[in-house]
Design a protein around this ligand. Structure first.
Ligand code: ZN
Ligand code: ZN
Length: 245
C-alpha cells in the first residue's frame, strides 16, 4: 500500500501547506484519511478527485475536515456524467457533524462502529478511542492482500493502550505536536512520548505529523529519536511525502 501525505500541520495551514490528510492507495483503490485544509489542491496532483473511492474521518475538528464540503461540491458540480455516491465513514458520537457527511446523490455518511472491524475496499480497519477534547479514533489499517499495517494515532494525548494498538506497524504516523516537557497533555503527544511509543510498539517506520508551526522541528525529531532505537526510521511529515510499505 502507498501512503501520501497531503497535509501535516496541526490546527491551521501555513505557507501553502495544509493540515491533516493522507491518501491511502492499494490495488487501484483510493481511500482518503481525513480531509484537512488544502487537501483538494494536493489530491488533484495525484488523482482526479472524482475517482476517489472512499473517505474516512478520525474526528470532526476543523483541521481534519476543512476541505470536506468543497470535496462534496466538486463531486456534485464537476461531473459530466454520473459519478458514484462517495462513502464517507465517520463516527456517530456527534450527530450534527455526522449528518453533514451525507449530501444526496453525492456522498453518503456511514457510521463506523469503533468496537468492530471495518472492511473498506482492500483494507481492514480497527479503531481505538483516543485522549482528545472531542471523540476521536486512531486507526489501524491493514492491507488484506499483504498483511501490511499502517497505524495513524489521529489526535491524541498519551495513554497505555496505544502501544498495543500500534504493535509492529510497518508505518506509524503520529500526532507529535509538542516538544519534550509537555507530557500527559489532554490532546496531543510530545516527542518523548512518540519515541517511547515507537520503541514499545516496535514499529518499522515512524512519521511525525500534526506538527506545530512555531517550534524547531529538527529538535522535535532529535528528541523523538533519543527515546527509540535508531533502527526505527524516523521522518518529519512533508507535503507529498510518499511511503510504500
Ligand atoms: Zn488536529
Ligand atoms: Zn483534534
Amino acid at each position: 500500500m502507498k501512503i501520501t501525505v497531503l497535509g501535516f500541520w496541526g490546527g491551521f495551514p501555513q505557507k501553502e501547506e495544509g493540515t491533516t490528510s493522507y491518501l491511502v492507495e492499494s490495488d487501484g483503490y483510493s481511500l482518503l484519511l481525513d480531509v484537512g485544509s488544502s487537501t483538494l489542491i494536493q489530491l488533484e496532483k495525484i488523482i482526479d478527485p472524482l475517482t476517489l473511492d472512499a473517505v474516512i474521518l478520525t474526528h470532526y475538528h476543523h483541521d481534519h475536515i476543512a476541505d470536506l464540503g468543497v470535496l462534496q461540491y466538486l463531486r456534485q458540480l464537476k461531473p459530466t456524467q454520473s459519478v458514484a455516491e462517495l462513502p464517507i465513514y465517520g463516527h456517530m458520537e456527534d450527530t450534527w457533524h455526522f449528518d453533514q457527511l451525507t449530501l444526496p446523490k453525492v456522498s453518503k455518511g456511514i457510521g463506523y462502529e469503533p468496537s468492530k472491524e471495518l472492511e473498506v475496499g482492500p483494507f481492514s480497519i480497527t479503531f481505538l478511542k483516543t485522549i482528545h477534547p472531542v471523540p476521536c479514533f486512531a486507526m489501524r489499517i491493514v492491507e488484506k492482500a499483504t498483511g501490511k499495517i499502517f497505524v495513524f494515532t489521529a489526535d491524541t494525548g498519551y495513554f497505555e493502550e496505544l502501544a498495543d494498538f500500534c504493535y509492529r506497524a510497518d508505518l506509524l504516523i503520529t500526532d507529535t505536536y509538542f516538544l519534550e516537557g509537555n507530557e500527559n497533555h489532554h490532546a496531543h503527544l510530545t516527542s518523548k512520548e512518540t519515541g517511547e511509543l515507537a520503541e514499545k510498539a516496535q514499529v518499522k517506520k515512524l512519521v511525525l505529523s500534526h506538527l506545530k508551526q512555531n517550534i524547531d522541528l529538527a529538535i522535535l525529531k532529535e528528541q523523538t529519536e533519543k527515546y527509540h532505537h535508531h533502527s526505527v526510521e524516523t521522518l518529519l511529515a512533508s507535503t507529498q511525502l510518499k511511503i510504500t510499505i
